[in-house]
Design a binder for this molecule. Structure first.
Ligand code: AP5
Length: 228
């Protein structure tokens, strides 16, 4: 932990929200602030696709179509990652769970190690704005820091603020047609988890239409309340 971080809370958080809501952006900011580890199942799956693993080969076409990868594959990937030592400091789940079966599996995985989901935070946004957010998104190929053509540009054009890398990339599934399918999958399969966590008394809602720093401020307050 460096001096700029708030002491570790060891909290386990779930970030819910449709594509483009800002889950990845905010998860990285919370990681920097509190020291929990960001776990993005999207990033893990893209790494599996790039590495050509069996899971990656199965996931590739599904992701390109904007549909959800099977629960079995995603739960297995997450189970392995959660068992790694750094997750003891708490995790920020970005893009998991996405189905009722994944949420039940997460409860079981947490219970096995005497933990639980301390807070589930729903990033609330308008679907219409998401296409603009996603079509303008690019990331640093070196460290994964996320940027946007209009909303978050690097201080020096083409140079990552975080690692100084100069290779930027755009995702294959960030096109208008696939985004539409991803939004449909979110509303059909993932949005019901908002009620699931509400019933457990673990849900907070955050207005994620505000600018990035304002959303981060609100999320920080939620995390501090959840771990007080
Ligand atoms: P995944 O990688 O999880 O993508 P996603 O959920 O579609 O979410 P995104 O990464 O597109 O958006 P985000 O909310 O992180 O937004 P970001 O912070 O980048 O999943 C991809 C695919 O993998 C899925 O379709 C599925 O096939 C598969 N998959 C993954 N997990 C799975 C699971 N659990 N089960 C089954 N399948 C799974 O922000 C977007 C842009 O907006 C950025 O440019 C950012 O700079 C900008 N921005 C962020 N916040 C703001 C703001 N407040 N104001 C203005 N701009 C903003």
């Amino acid at each position: 932990m460096d001096a700029s971080q708030t002491p570790a809370t060891a909290a386990n958080l779930v970030l819910l929200g449709p594509p483009g809501a800002g889950k990845g952006t905010q998860a990285r900011m919370l990681q920097d602030r509190f020291g929990m580890v960001q776990l993005s199942t999207g990033d893990m799956l893209r790494a599996a696709v790039a590495a050509g693993t069996e899971a990656g080969q199965k996931a590739k076409a599904v992701m390109e179509a904007g549909e959800l990868v099977s629960d079995d594959i995603v739960i297995a990937i997450l189970r392995d990652r959660l068992a790694e030592d750094d997750c003891a400091a708490g995790v920020i789940l970005d893009g998991f769970p996405r189905t009722a079966d994944q949420a039940a599996a997460l409860d079981d995985l947490m219970a096995e190690v005497g933990k639980r989901v301390d807070a589930a935070i729903s990033l609330e946004v308008d679907d219409d704005a998401m296409v603009t957010r996603i079509s303008g998104r690019f990331t640093c190929a070196g460290c994964g820091e996320g940027y946007h053509d209009s909303f978050k540009q690097p201080a020096s054009e083409g140079v990552c603020d975080k690692c100084g890398g100069t290779e930027m990339k755009r995702r294959a599934d960030d096109n208008a047609e696939t985004v539409k399918q991803r939004l449909e999958a979110y509303h059909a399969q993932t949005a019901p988890l908002i009620a699931f966590y509400e019933q457990k008394g673990a849900l907070s809602r955050v207005d994620a239409m505000a600018d990035i720093d304002a959303v981060a401020k609100e999320l920080t307050a939620v995390v501090e309340r959840s771990t007080a």
